[in-house]
Design a protein around this ligand. Structure first.
Ligand code: BYC
Length: 311
């Protein structure tokens, strides 16, 4: 890497140009993107598990169809993102191996259990709501394939967000006392993990400076967190729900200021010690093992197409 190459690359980013797969890029830019995009892909795939667990228990056909479509969308997002990461020179096998052996990270949020049906609505409202804030920013990122994947993913997540909000508001405002209680209980359990999922606070975010320098991230974790809270806090309160943060208040500039975040819990979860980390990895490994015959069949078909004998 010469200083001239780096200067030309940074000038392209400063001019708002997208970097495309065959273009010259610093090794650290490539490495950061592979890290982020593969973690993002893993999050989409692992994120199917907590919601998928409720497909057979949806309260009616209408909500069941929506949930099936949502979980299927997450699989599609995983596909686009693995493809986007592959454009940087990594392989699907390498990425899956890192996930299945527990080396790769995926979003902390999916290490919490879905205990009631209201959790499905709360995930749509809060988790997709947080994801949209982060991904709308990433849609403007400097790497072309990632930025374009984000545009499509965000439009699908907007639908996920709306259905979650509609469901929780229906239970919280017009529901039976049991439904109201179920909605509040879901908020009590998902609020803080949703606030945490946007990443550690800026002073503990080692990757942010480099990512911002190269236009991969356009805002910091705390900035996105504030946007998420500013949108969701008033809407949750309007639905008659109580945010489990007794210290929260609105400051003179209109920001909803949150109380202390339990970062010890966050770091425990991302190190693999959350409630569901082990179960999530077991479920992904089981699905991978049970899909071995599909991969073998694909290889045999491919060999036949090329006139070779399959073994
Ligand atoms: N969980 O320096 P930092 C979805 C790690 S899924 C686990 O701030 P960065 C959906 C971080 O990786 C949405 N780990 O990192 C799917 C780093 O560790 P390494 C998923 C986390 O990259 C199904 C360390 O902590 N979205 O929408 O500057 C159903 C230090 O952090 C987390 C994405 O993946 C976390 N929450 O910023 C419904 C978006 N946060 O890698 C919905 C793409 C941080 O150095 N990713 N860590 O060992 C990003 O935008 C950024 O990577 C983050 C973190 C904002 C997440």
């Amino acid at each position: 890497e010469t200083p001239e190459q780096l200067a030309a690359f940074e000038a392209r980013i400063a001019a708002g140009e997208k970097i495309e797969p065959g273009d010259w890029m610093p090794a650290a830019y490539r490495k950061q993107l592979i890290r982020m995009i593969s973690q993002h892909a893993h999050s989409e795939v692992v994120g199917m598990l907590p919601e998928g667990a409720w497909i057979t228990r949806a309260p009616n056909l209408h909500r069941k169809m929506i949930l099936i479509a949502k979980v299927q969308d997450e699989a599609g997002h995983g596909q686009y993102l693995y493809h986007a990461a592959e454009t940087l020179g990594t392989t699907r096998e390498e990425m899956l191996d890192a996930l299945l052996t527990g080396k790769a990270k995926y979003s902390s949020i999916f290490n919490y259990p879905t205990l009631t049906w209201a959790d499905i609505g709360m995930i749509g409202w809060l988790v997709d709501g947080a994801a949209i804030k982060n991904q709308t920013m990433l849609a403007g990122c400097s790497y072309g394939p990632y930025s374009r994947a984000m545009v499509r993913i965000c439009s699908e997540e907007t639908f996920h967000h709306k259905q979650g909000k509609e469901m929780v508001v229906a239970y919280a405002r017009e529901g039976t006392p049991e439904q109201k209680k179920m909605a509040q209980d879901a908020l009590d359990r998902w609020w803080w993990p949703a606030v945490q999922m946007l990443g550690p606070s800026d002073q503990d975010s080692p990757n942010t400076p480099q990512l911002m320098k190269w236009g991969i991230k356009l805002k910091t974790n705390d900035e996105i967190r504030q946007e998420f809270i500013n949108e969701h806090a008033p809407e949750l309160m309007e639905a008659g729900l109580t945010i489990p943060d007794p210290d929260m208040y609105q400051d003179a500039s209109g920001n909803w200021v949150h109380g202390p975040i339990d970062w010890d819990e966050f770091f425990r979860v991302i190190k693999g010690h959350g409630q569901m980390n082990r179960a999530r990895l077991e479920a992904r490994n089981k699905a991978h093992d049970e899909g071995a015959w599909v991969r073998e069949a694909l290889n045999a078909y491919e060999a036949k197409q090329h006139g070779q004998a399959a073994d």
